[in-house]
Structure formats: structure tokens, C-alpha cells
Design a protein around this ligand. Structure first.
Ligand code: SAH
Ligand code: SF4
Ligand code: F3S
Length: 476
């Protein structure tokens, strides 16, 4: 019998990319491929790429560069570039890295198995790309960006009891700094029946937590005749899927955080009261240059709406871009003030990176120096970290339900007494990371943890069981 093909895949970027990689690996495994741990051991090498910041692209091009030799000594090796950078840079990738065999955009992933086969048998370079945003009628552009959700394979996820579930592809917001609408195409909601079926399959496979994915997930809508399904309706339907214990959804767009959605989050016990709603900047002038479509006052109103509906149990997180075109010191300070005012659970903070093909790149000079961006990044992060730590301190002495994900990064798996406790990690319903000592068999279970210490990013606790007396007994 012929030896199976061996696949090495490297993934960068957002959760969408992680899900895409899971799907591609699953489809190749169905064709008999096995996974390899390094490019050297593989006959097929795929890079699932991201274009959101220049640094992500540079990393991929350097990784590709390192494969040049490898390809020269093993010309039969197939090297493919898939994902957002494939769609953005297209055939230019063949010029920059002439030894690449495949360039496949995120809307064409279903073609990967056949294209690999073709490259292997016929040789030559092959590209499968979706239409650009100005390359035809909207319906044709939409059709050229296909959602890619074939059969799920639980063994392909880092944890089989947690899964991403795509409900929306693309984005129509066109924030001036952002490349995503160009790489992922027009916003399209998947039909609710497909989403529900996939959730049931996942539950049957033992999945307990699903995270619904969309670039602006709360803008989700699907029209069928005169019936429109929105995210709140979808959450109601998913709540009744047996076996699913937790439902999360990312990423949210502030303008679409409606009262009916928040009420669904309040009323549906499986839905996590964790809301990732990027603000991006605390200055109206900057928000306008970013074309975010809301003002700081709108965001404040949203925060108030969240507070009124969900109260204390809500955990809000955000993204910020520092050093966007023309950002003055005062405008930056407005972001600092909003972090202090909103007291986010955490924030992801990024230095503005000009992306060719975006509105900002065409019309606004990238005029803030790297040093200033770096300083602002550090300053905003320091303020946020203090707030995160204060927020976590509030959990001291409390019990939280944690879905155990696996050994923590610190867990020393090689140096432990056999089957003894190790440091495990998991998350609360509101997405806080918790570490504690426990037996590995707890992985995949939801258990109560008593919190005795906290840092900015982690709660530290022990497994507890509440005896009839109310006394806390450690199980770890
Ligand atoms: N769809 C999501 C985010 C997609 S990109 C949303 O709209 O919230 C993730 C984050 O990367 C963004 O929230 C933004 O903060 C950051 N980002 C996007 N483009 C960027 C750029 N050109 N430079 C720096 N950060 C960027
Ligand atoms: Fe990019 Fe804005 Fe769309 Fe998010 S909403 S993906 S930041 S264009
Ligand atoms: Fe990157 Fe594409 Fe996601 S650009 S952030 S991988 S949608």
C-alpha cells in the first residue's frame, strides 16, 4: 500500500482562520492524509494566512522563505498559501515566493484537496481566488465567496468539547483601516437551519461549548421570504440543543447591540454574558476617520443598555487601535479615558498598520511614528491591565463554574508523579481564565472552583465541593 500523504499546516490570524484550518485538515484527512509535526516530515505544507496587520504578513513571508531550500531538495513537496493574504496578494505570492504551488483565498477552500492533487500530478502553479469587491455584480461577488463548513471532525480541534461555528462570512462595514471586507468579501449570513444542524452534530460529537463566529456577529440576519432571523432568534433556537452547555458569540459591532439581543443573553442560561464589542478609539474625530459608524456617546448608551439588561454579570471586552492616522495626544488620551470609564474585562490593543487597498491607505497619511504608537500601546495596556486586575480581584473568595480545557501552559507533564494532579486551565461562563490543580480526568467537565488569588489575566483557585454543611472541601 502507498504511504499516506503527510500534511503540515501553520495557522495565524483570527478564529475564522482557526476554523478554516480545522475544516481543511478534516477534508484532507478524509482523503487519507495524516498530520506531520514539522514541514520537514510533510509532503504537503499549507500556510493559513492573515493580512490584518503588516507584521502578520511579514511573518508568513519569512516562514515561506525558509522553505525555499526544502523545496529545492524536494521538488515534489506541495506548498500552498491559503487564507486572507492569498486573497489580498493573489499571484504576487508566486513572484515573491516562486516555489509556492497553490494560492487559495478563504472563499475557495473547498477546492484545496483537488488543487493539491492537480499540482502533484500536473505540476505548475494554481490559484483559486474570489472576486474583488469591485469585480462584478454583488450577487456574483457573493457567490464567489463560499462559506466552507463541511463535516466536522472533533479530533481536529484543540479540545473536542469546544468548537467554533460559523454563522456569518464577510463584512460590509468597511472601517477605513481594515482589509477584512476585501479578503473575506460581502457579509452573508448562513441559513439558520444549517447552523442548527451543525450545532446538533457538534453536540452529538460531545461538544459542550460553541462559539458563534462572524466579523460582526450581532449584525447577523438571514432573510427567507418575509421571515428574518437575527442573532437573538438564533440564540433562542440554539439554547434548546441538548448537550450544548455554553454558547458564546464574537465579534460584536457596537451599533447592533440591540435590546432584544441583550434580553436573549439575559434570559437564556446557556448564553455567555461575555460581550466582545470593540470600541477602537475613545475620540469621535478618530472614530469618524475610521468610519466606525458610531460616536462615543452611542457606545456609552450601549454600555448603559448592557448594564440595565445584564447588570453585574456582564463581562465586556474591547479592541483599540493606537496611532491611527492623525491621532493627536488628546485623541489618544480620550481612549485612555474610555478604558477607565468602561472598565473592560480586557482589551486587545493594536498599533495602526497601514493596509494597501483600504480607504485609510488611499486617503489618510500614516503619520504617527512607530515610537509614538509603541508608547501609546504600552500606556493604554498598562491602564487596561490595572483595571483587569481590579476586576479579577473582585472574584477572591467566590466560586465560579469552570469548563476545564486542559493542562495549563505551566503544567509540567514530564515531571509529575504518574496520574497525579497537574495545573489545569479553563474558563468561566463570562470568559475569565482560571488555573487550578486537578486530575487530568476533569478535562471536559464543568466544575466549581473556589478563587483564592488573581492576576490581571488569570484567576487562581482550587476545585471545591460544597458539602451539606456548606464547608469547602478541596478535591485537588
Ligand atoms: N471584525 C472584528 C475585528 C476584525 S480585526 C470587528 O470588527 O470587531 C481584529 C482587530 O484588529 C480589530 O478590532 C482592530 O482593532 C484591529 N485591526 C484591524 N485592522 C487593523 C490595522 N490596519 N491596524 C491595526 N489594527 C487593526
Ligand atoms: Fe474590519 Fe470594521 Fe469589518 Fe471589523 S467591522 S472586520 S474592523 S471592516
Ligand atoms: Fe486576519 Fe483574515 Fe481574520 S485578515 S484577522 S485572518 S479575517
Amino acid at each position: 500500500m502507498k504511504a499516506p500523504h503527510r500534511l503540515y499546516i501553520e495557522t495565524v490570524g483570527c478564529q475564522m482562520n482557526m476554523l478554516d484550518s480545522e475544516m481543511v485538515v478534516a477534508s484532507l484527512r478524509q482523503r487519507g492524509y495524516e498530520l506531520a509535526n514539522s514541514p520537514g516530515q510533510a509532503d504537503t505544507i499549507l500556510f493559513n494566512t492573515c493580512s490584518v496587520r503588516e507584521q502578520a504578513e511579514n511573518k508568513t513571508y519569512s516562514a515561506l522563505g525558509r522553505l525555499k531550500q526544502e523545496k529545492q531538495s524536494n521538488p515534489d513537496k506541495i506548498i500552498g498559501v491559503m487564507g486572507c493574504m492569498a486573497q489580498k496578494d493573489q499571484r504576487m505570492i508566486f513572484q515573491k515566493a516562486p516555489f509556492v504551488d497553490l494560492v487559495v483565498g478563504p472563499g475557495q477552500l473547498q477546492q484545496i484537496p483537488d488543487l493539491i492533487e492537480k499540482a502533484r500530478t500536473e505540476g505548475g502553479q494554481h490559484a483559486a481566488l474570489s472576486l474583488g469587491r469591485r469585480d462584478g455584480a454583488v450577487k456574483d461577488i457573493k457567490r464567489s465567496h463560499e462559506t466552507y463548513d463541511p463535516l466536522r471532525d472533533p479530533t481536529m480541534r484543540p479540545t473536542p468539547f469546544q468548537a467554533f461555528l460559523r454563522i456569518q462570512i464577510g463584512c460590509d462595514k468597511f472601517c477605513t483601516y481594515c482589509i477584512v471586507p476585501m479578503t473575506r468579501g460581502p457579509e452573508q449570513g448562513r441559513p439558520p437551519s444549517q447552523i442548527l444542524d451543525e450545532a446538533k452534530i457538534l453536540a452529538d460529537q460531545g461538544c459542550k461549548e460553541i462559539t458563534l463566529l462572524g466579523q460582526t456577529v450581532n449584525s447577523y440576519r438571514f432573510r427567507d421570504g418575509d421571515q428574518t432571523t437575527r442573532l437573538a432568534d438564533l440564540l433562542n433556537q440554539l439554547e434548546s440543543v441538548d448537550g450544548i452547555e455554553r454558547i458564546k458569540f464574537v465579534t460584536n459591532y457596537p451599533k447592533d447591540m440591540t435590546y432584544d439581543l441583550l434580553s436573549a443573553v439575559r434570559d437564556l442560561p446557556k448564553v455567555s454574558p461575555y460581550l466582545h464589542v470593540p470600541l477602537q478609539s475613545g475620540s469621535d474625530a478618530v472614530l469618524k476617520r475610521m468610519k466606525r459608524g458610531y460616536t462615543v456617546a452611542d457606545y456609552r448608551e450601549m454600555m448603559q443598555r448592557i448594564d440595565e439588561t445584564l447588570g453585574e454579570k456582564a463581562a465586556i471586552s474591547s479592541d483599540f487601535i493606537v496611532g491611527f492616522c492623525g491621532e493627536t495626544e488628546d485623541e489618544f488620551q480620550a481612549s485612555v479615558e474610555m478604558v477607565k470609564e468602561c472598565r473592560f474585562k480586557n482589551s486587545f490593543i493594536f498599533k495602526y498598520s497601514e493596509r494597501p487597498g483600504t480607504r485609510a491607505s488611499d486617503h489618510l497619511p500614516d503619520d504617527i511614528s512607530f515610537e509614538v504608537k509603541k508608547r501609546r500601546n504600552n500606556e493604554l495596556l498598562a491602564v487596561q491591565n490595572q483595571i483587569s486586575e481590579d476586576g479579577n480581584q473582585a472574584f477572591l473568595g467566590r466560586h465560579v463554574d469552570v469548563l476545564v480545557e486542559g493542562p495549563s501552559k505551566k503544567a509540567d507533564l514530564d515531571d509529575r508523579p504518574s496520574r497525579g494532579p497537574i495545573q489545569l486551565t479553563g474558563r468561566t461562563h463570562c470568559d475569565r481564565i482560571v488555573v487550578f490543580d486537578g486530575n487530568e480526568r476533569l478535562v471536559g467537565q464543568t466544575i466549581p472552583i473556589g478563587i483564592y488569588d488573581a492576576t490581571a489575566h488569570t484567576l487562581i483557585g482550587t476545585v471545591v465541593t460544597q458539602e451539606a454543611t456548606g464547608e469547602i472541601v478541596s478535591l485537588a
